[in-house]
Ligand binder design. Structure first.
Ligand code: HSE
Length: 403
């Protein structure tokens, strides 16, 4: 395929937008022009001249010369309307907006089919790790058993710094913010919602099933305490925020986002700071591990550049797994073993453990290690918010898709 000349209309000039700009300035042998950049705030100082910018989205959307829209804004609803209009008026799109994609992918897939346009979004998941392209192209026929890992850079940064340097939560949160790793609304990161959205996107490409993100049990790191980290230290374990999707039987998958204790021999043990790691396990290839920077302007800009280039060679996602329709059921009816740190008797009584393997009580800290049903955990999730509790999955063991 001959490379098509790309005229870009860009939305957003924040962390990723500026990162992409740097990456483009340094890329060789690839001719592309950013014709205009649409931004919201007229008064913000910018590092390039005012002539590059517009404040009206129509300047880009109505320009027939612009054949690619690169959408890198924060607002998911605004992004949705820009992306939709672009795809419906013959412009291809590259986007990094995981929140928007996790909400609207089924409709965007229909629109692509109907209008013959294409949206690529490698940068939406795990920074510069090319996981979507690999799921689409390499694993298109392999029987995948699970995809799991560390999909969020800022929380991994926070967990690493707290664990390795004993730094307090508030301090490392601020550091992560200054480094540009956190979302504009940091609760999306620390409550696990960003990782959950990425899991929904990855699940569609891995198993062909679109999950409403709300259906995924999600628990983040905002209530972690030094006691939990101390407990991990004493056992030679780390705590990581781990989104998982895995096959349960011939036609069903389960998924969840939950902090997990990680053993030293695990692939994820040495994934530190803003790095991400993805483990794909399949029936024949067995385990493959992808490792790279998961957040930050340059790594994410690099993934955007890769999509801009792929688009210029007319690459499109085919959503092969979606049309194969092998995994058709989503279930939460599975047992899950957790560490549950709590304060009061009522906190413990709340949880319908079917089995308790370990129990610890002291003056100010209590925990149990026990098993319950994921469905129960999902149902109780809203009630955990206002209690002084933390939960984490126990370490993987064995050599099944669990690990
Ligand atoms: N806030 C996101 C993260 C940015 O921390 O991973 C990259 O998607």
């Amino acid at each position: 395929v001959m490379q098509n000349r790309v005229k870009i209309g860009m939305f957003g000039y924040g962390c990723v937008g500026q990162g992409l700009h740097d990456v483009l300035l340094n890329s060789r042998g690839f001719r592309t022009d950013i014709k205009k950049i649409c931004v919201k705030n007229k008064n913000k100082p910018r590092r390039i001249g005012a002539e590059h910018f517009t404040y009206e989205k129509e300047v880009i959307l109505d320009d027939p010369e612009i054949n690619l829209v690169v959408e890198l804004i924060n607002d998911a609803d605004e992004a949705y309307s820009i992306v939709k209009e672009s795809l419906m008026t013959g412009k291809n799109v590259v986007s990094a907006n995981k929140r928007m994609l996790a909400k609207h992918l089924p409709e965007l897939i229909e629109i692509q089919k109907q209008y013959g346009t294409s949206i690529l979004y490698e940068a939406s998941c795990c920074g510069c790790i090319p996981i979507i392209r690999n799921l689409e192209e390499y694993y298109d026929n392999e029987m995948l058993l699970s995809v799991k890992g560390i999909f969020n850079g800022s929380t991994n940064y926070i967990l690493s710094k707290m664990y390795n340097d004993n730094s307090p939560y508030a301090t490392v949160l601020k550091e992560a913010q200054e480094l540009g790793y956190l979302e504009v609304d940091p609760s999306l990161d620390v409550d696990g919602l960003d990782a959950r959205d990425k899991l929904a996107i990855i699940t569609l490409h891995a198993f062909g099933l679109f999950l409403d993100p709300e259906e995924i049990f999600t628990y983040g790191i905002s209530s972690i305490s030094t006691f939990d980290l101390q407990y991990a230290h004493e056992k030679g374990l780390k705590i990581k925020l781990v989104p998982t999707v895995r096959k349960i039987d011939d036609s069903s998958i389960a998924s969840y986002v939950i902090p997990q204790f990680i053993k030293q021999e695990h692939f994820l043990f040495n994934v530190e700071n803003e790095y991400n790691g993805v483990i794909a396990e399949a029936a024949f290839s067995n385990k493959q591990f992808f490792y790279g920077r998961g957040a930050g302007g340059h790594p994410t800009g690099s993934a955007v550049l890769s999509d801009i280039s792929a688009n210029s060679y007319e690459y499109k996602y085919e959503y092969k797994k979606l049309f194969q329709k092998i995994e058709t059921n989503y279930t939460r009816n599975i047992p899950i073993e957790i560490y549950y740190r709590y304060r009061n008797k009522e906190d413990l009584e709340l949880m319908p453990f079917t089995d308790i393997r370990e129990s610890y009580k002291s003056h100010d800290h209590n925990f149990v290690v026990g098993t319950l049903n994921l469905e129960d955990l999902y149902r109780l999730r809203p009630l955990l918010k206002d209690r002084e509790v933390f939960l984490a999955r126990t370490p993987d063991n064995g050599s099944t898709a669990e690990k």
